[in-house]
Write a new protein. Structure first.
Length: 68
């Protein structure tokens, strides 16, 4: 399982979505215009100035354990 975390101004984090497939989450945010940035290790868009002191939204995808 993977969780999509939305990061907003001042590093406020929100759990937006979960999925068993990481690629589906990546496709979901790519459709919104986000792309992977290796320099910040997050998904960003060109309208973004960074959550560290700026305005904008970034995303990260993290693996999580599924409760069975």
């Amino acid at each position: 399982m993977y969780i999509l975390i939305k990061i907003e101004t001042n590093d406020c984090r929100y759990n937006e979505m979960v999925c068993r497939n990481r690629e589906k989450l990546a496709d979901y945010i790519r459709e919104k215009g986000f792309y992977w940035s290796s320099s910040v290790n997050r998904y960003i868009d060109d309208k973004n100035t960074g959550s560290y002191g700026g305005s904008g939204v970034e995303y990260i995808i993290r693996p999580i354990e599924e409760l069975k």
